[in-house]
Design a protein. Structure first.
Length: 372
């Protein structure tokens, strides 16, 4: 019913290719986030699912039916925009009822549907208000209510929480997760915020430069990023990415040599590569790397430490709160080698080596799509 499939989708605006080779398969009831930096093609993808824009090539199907030529109103979808797009002169109840009225639904049925949506979203006390008498979060709930009453197969949401302040955003995140759990409908959720995608989605489609970089669960994109772009985009603070080379079973950079576990990286050919280390996978303990603490940022529950290693490379390290650390202090670094990553050179250099645990040999090609 609510499966969504994009097959070899391409979108060109004049001379500009906005999307290329897009293949995404979303299951009924799944919550999928389209995640990527501004301009990577997220909204264009969503607009094509909604029927507000059309692919230059490829097919889009919803519920097993190709919808390339089906107008928005006949696609069984509902879209929620960042701007809410509420009618200012209508009350909350009228705003929510609007799509049903347009559809010609009789008044009594309409009222019942509005009541049901209002109960789901806790909007009952606000039904007689105008949008300007509502907070941002309440307006967002009205926009959701207007989508809900249509009982679509698929919800399409484009950065719906971007206009809210941080506290309200985290509250609405929880509300949306809960809503999805209750109604069980397919949701395609566009965001540039990796935390939103990580916390809300069943699977994340990471996009960059109009191409899909990886489509997998939050745990998989975090633990096994498919390429250097995904590695750097997912996680806060970002993964440390260090240019260097594989030589004699070690990763060599700025005169230091970090031993590479043979079971994972024994098959990686010698030559230029990029090392990936998450801040929590480096410890300020006895270890193979030497450095100087350049910055200590204490957030109360942890400290983020910038460590400069010889040659000038700076690494971010997570340390526990309360540990006495000061700028200028020298330190050695231990690395959780089981959680280290290697990538081919280039902006979207592919993941190299085997995954931890080692069963699956996944030798990625040295050159990937956007490698420069
Ligand atoms: N109607 C259009 N005409 C020309 N270029 C467009 C149009 N719509 C989007 N683009 C371009 O396509 C790229 C992707 O846009 P968009 O899908 O809005 O990105 P995102 O939502 O990921 O920020 C951007 O470079 C944008 O400028
Ligand atoms: Mg957008």
């Amino acid at each position: 019913m609510g499966q969504v499939t994009l097959t070899d989708v391409r979108k060109v605006f004049g001379a500009f290719t906005a999307l290329e080779g897009l293949n995404i398969d979303i299951a009924e009831g799944e919550f999928v986030a389209l995640l990527g930096p501004s301009g990577c093609g997220k909204s264009t993808t969503l607009r094509m699912l909604a029927g507000l824009d059309f692919p230059t090539a490829g097919t889009i199907s919803i519920g097993g039916r190709v919808v390339n030529d089906v107008p928005p109103g006949k696609r069984d979808i509902a879209m929620v925009f960042q701007s809410y797009a509420l009618y200012p002169h209508m009350t909350v109840a009228e705003n929510i009822a609007y799509p049903l009225k347009k559809r010609g639904m009789p008044k009594a049925e309409r009222t019942a549907a509005v009541q049901k949506a209002a109960a789901t979203l806790q909007l009952e006390p606000l039904l007689d208000r105008k949008p300007r008498q509502l907070s941002g979060g309440q307006q967002q709930r009205v926009a959701l209510g207007r989508a809900l009453v249509r009982e679509p197969k698929v919800f399409l949401l484009d950065e719906p929480l971007s206009n809210l302040d941080a506290k309200l955003r985290s509250y609405m995140r929880a509300e949306l997760i809960e809503l999805h759990r209750r109604i069980g409908k397919t949701m395609v959720y566009v965001t540039h915020d990796q935390l939103e995608a990580m916390t809300m989605a069943d699977r994340i489609a990471v996009m960059h430069g109009g191409r899909l970089q990886q489509f997998d669960t939050p745990a998989a994109v975090y633990d096994r990023p498919a390429n250097r772009f995904v590695a750097g985009f997912i996680g806060t603070p970002s993964m440390n990415l260090v240019e260097g080379a594989v030589r004699d079973g070690t990763f060599v950079f700025a005169g230091q040599a970090l031993p590479l576990p043979k079971d994972r990286f024994g098959d990686v050919p010698e030559g230029p590569a990029v090392l990936g280390l998450r801040p929590e996978d480096i410890r300020l303990e006895q270890g193979p790397l030497q450095g100087t603490l350049r910055l200590v940022e204490n957030s109360g529950h942890e400290q983020i430490v910038t460590v400069e290693v010889p040659g000038g490379t700076r690494l971010l390290v997570r340390a526990e709160a309360g540990r006495p650390l000061s700028m200028g202090q020298s330190a050695t670094l231990a690395v959780e080698t089981a959680r280290l990553h290697l990538f081919a050179p280039g902006e979207t250099g592919a993941r190299l080596g085997r995954d931890p645990g080692g069963a699956v040999v996944e030798m990625a090609p040295r050159q990937s799509g956007g490698a420069s």
